[in-house]
Ligand binder design. Structure first.
Ligand SMILES: NC(=O)c1ccc[n+]([C@@H]2O[C@H](COP(=O)([O-])OP(=O)(O)OC[C@H]3O[C@@H](n4cnc5c(N)ncnc54)[C@H](OP(=O)(O)O)[C@@H]3O)[C@@H](O)[C@H]2O)c1
Length: 274
């Protein structure tokens, strides 16, 4: 199976990346080094994670040429509300000490702001400082609104997705529109590790429930960005390209969906709109 996907602008993105939400400065170098040694080439950060500086240092030290890495960051809600789109972007770039990011995302669809934020991202795309632009936590109605005001289709929609949270309509919509789905919290922060079905399938495939959950997503063409700061877990989470889940078991995993959100519920933005 291929380890990368082509986005709607023909840029290539790895299916597997390292998430770094809640990765402390002191943990960044170990995590990024372990990830690179385990074959990861994509790192997913955001200004709100407050670790772009240490992640940038770790990237610089990791020994892989910049062109072979895929770095994502995101614009936070406060900057959207202030209309400070390019300012926020260049501050991220400065903290990361990079000339460009591979992907820049709108972190949340802040009501009343996300359409003008997208116009700002279009300018950033034009400048060549972000090679692709996309969105996160967008629902179908947000994407439909975006379509009305822009000819640029988001390259990626990063959403919560794992066996306990499978927003099928949204995923199918994105796939039809040429928007690559990327699963955040693909381990549900551990919530399916003791799920009966995932444990039985783990035994069947001689893998952990975490590996089965990640493999299930990439087999559906969905990119995954599991987070860990432990080298052994980082390596284990990357060992998902050497086995195949049967179609029947793929369907069984899908039945585990219970719309469980380990992060925020997308339509309830009260606690994420600052
Ligand atoms: N766009 C958004 O709104 C959004 C929201 C949430 C997350 N994200 C992105 O998605 C990434 C992943 O999501 P997430 O960090 O929320 O959750 P996650 O990747 O589903 O789970 C991470 C948790 O699982 C633990 N873990 C990782 N691998 C493990 C393993 N093999 N065995 C046991 N435990 C394991 C980690 O602990 P240790 O570190 O101690 O190993 C951590 O507590 C984030 O880091 C971030 O980059 C984006």
């Amino acid at each position: 199976m291929r380890k990368t996907v082509f986005l709607n602008n023909d840029r290539e993105m790895p299916l597997l990346g390292l998430g770094v939400y809640k990765t402390a400065d002191s943990e960044a170098e170990t995590a990024v080094t372990a990830a690179v040694n385990s074959g990861y080439r994509m790192i997913d950060t955001a200004s709100v994670y407050k670790n772009e500086e240490s992640i940038g240092k770790a990237i610089a030290k990791c020994g892989v040429p910049r062109k072979d890495l895929f770095i994502t960051s995101k614009i936070w809600n406060t900057a959207q509300r202030m209309g400070d789109i390019e300012g926020a972007f260049y501050r991220s770039l400065d903290r990361l000490k990079l000339d460009y990011v591979d992907l820049y995302l709108i972190h949340w669809p802040v009501p009343g702001c996300y359409l003008s934020t997208w116009k700002g991202l279009e300018k950033i795309l034009d400048s060549g400082r972000a090679l692709s632009i996309g969105v996160s936590n967008f629902q179908i109605h947000h994407l439909e609104e975006l379509k009305k005001i822009s000819g640029i289709v988001p390259a990626v929609n990063q959403i919560e997705c794992h066996p306990l949270c499978y927003p099928k309509d949204l995923i199918e919509y994105c796939q039809t529109e040429g928007i690559q789905v990327q699963a955040y919290a693909p381990l549900a922060r551990g919530a399916y590790f003791d799920n009966d079905v995932m444990c039985v399938l783990g035994t069947k495939y001689a893998r952990t429930p975490a590996q089965v959950g990640l493999r299930w997503a990439i087999q559906k063409g969905i990119s995954v960005i599991p987070k860990s700061v432990h080298p052994d877990r980082i390596a284990a989470n990357a060992d998902i390209f050497s086995f195949n889940i049967d179609e029947e078991d793929m369907d069984i995993i899908e039945t585990q969906n219970q719309d469980y959100h380990s992060s925020h519920v997308p339509e309830d933005l009260r606690d994420v709109i600052l």
